[in-house]
Design a protein around this ligand. Structure first.
Ligand code: CA
Length: 239
C-alpha cells in the first residue's frame, strides 16, 4: 500500500459522513480530497484495490469514489464483490476513457454513477451529493412494495416477478421503486430525473427512457410501467 493512503485528512465537520476514495493517481486523489473536504465530507484515500475493498468493508463510508484501473484489484471487481456481499454503499466510478465508461455501464455492476476525468469540483460535489441522497432515501424507505406480480423490497433491494427473483442495477431499482411508491401517479421525465437521479441538469431526459426500457425488458409481460404520451410514466395495473 502506498503510504499516503493512511494519512487521510479528516474534515473537522464529519456530520456529512466519510467518503472513501480508491484511486492510485496521487494528483487525482489529492484533488478529490480537496473538493470533498471543502464540501464538508470526511475523506479516506486508498491507492490500492485490495486495501480499498478492505476499507469499504470496515470504515462504512457513505459513498465510494472508485477508479477503474487499480493495482492488485480492478475497481469493477471491488464493486462486484461488495454487491455480492450485500453491501450497497453507493459507488461512483471515476473513469479516464470512454471504453471504461462502457465497461462500467455495460457490466451492470450495481455502480451508481460515474464521473469522467478530468472533472470539475462542481460536478464531483453534485454527483456525490446525488448518490448519497438516493442512498439515504432508499435506507429510509418502508416495507416491501407490491404491484400485480411485481414485488420490491427497499431494504434488501430484491425484486421478484411472479415469485422469481430478478436482477436490476442500482439505477433501475431506484427508478422502479420510485414509480411503485407513487403508484397510479404520472411522473414526468424531468420529475423522474430530479427525484431518482438527483441531477436533472447533467443528464438528458433520454436517460429516463433508456432505463425504463431496460426495466421493462427485465419485467417482461409483468411490467406495471405505463407510458403516458407526452407526459411521462406511471406504475399501475391495467384498468
Ligand atoms: Ca488508475
Amino acid at each position: 500500500m502506498v503510504f499516503h493512503g493512511t494519512l487521510s485528512v479528516m474534515s473537522p465537520d464529519l456530520a456529512k459522513g466519510l467518503i472513501l476514495v480508491i484511486e492510485d493517481e496521487r494528483a487525482i486523489s489529492d484533488l478529490l480530497r480537496l473538493y470533498l473536504t471543502r464540501e464538508g465530507f470526511g475523506v479516506q484515500v486508498e491507492s490500492d484495490g485490495l486495501a480499498g475493498l478492505r476499507a469499504a468493508r470496515t470504515l462504512h463510508p457513505i459513498a465510494i469514489i472508485c477508479d477503474v484501473g487499480l493495482p492488485s484489484m480492478d475497481g469493477t471487481e471491488i464493486c462486484r464483490q461488495l454487491r455480492a456481499e450485500g453491501n450497497w454503499t453507493p459507488v461512483l466510478f471515476c473513469t479516464a476513457r470512454d471504453d471504461e465508461v462502457d465497461r462500467v455501464v455495460g457490466l451492470e455492476l450495481g455502480a451508481d454513477d460515474y464521473i469522467t476525468k478530468p472533472f470539475s469540483p462542481r460536478e464531483v460535489a453534485a454527483r456525490v451529493k446525488a448518490v448519497v441522497r438516493r442512498a439515504a432515501h432508499a435506507a429510509s424507505a418502508t416495507g416491501p412494495l407490491t404491484l400485480g406480480d411485481v414485488s420490491l423490497d427497499p431494504v434488501t433491494r430484491r425484486v421478484s416477478v411472479a415469485g422469481a427473483q430478478i436482477q436490476l442495477t442500482a439505477t433501475e431499482f431506484d427508478l422502479l421503486e420510485h414509480l411503485m411508491a407513487n403508484q397510479g401517479k404520472v411522473l414526468s421525465r424531468e420529475q423522474l430525473l430530479s427525484e431518482v437521479w438527483g441531477y436533472a441538469a447533467i443528464v438528458g431526459t433520454r436517460t429516463v427512457d433508456v432505463h425504463v426500457a431496460q426495466v421493462r425488458a427485465k419485467l417482461g409481460d409483468h411490467s406495471p410501467i405505463r407510458t403516458v404520451r407526452g407526459v411521462g410514466y406511471s406504475a399501475e395495473l391495467e384498468p
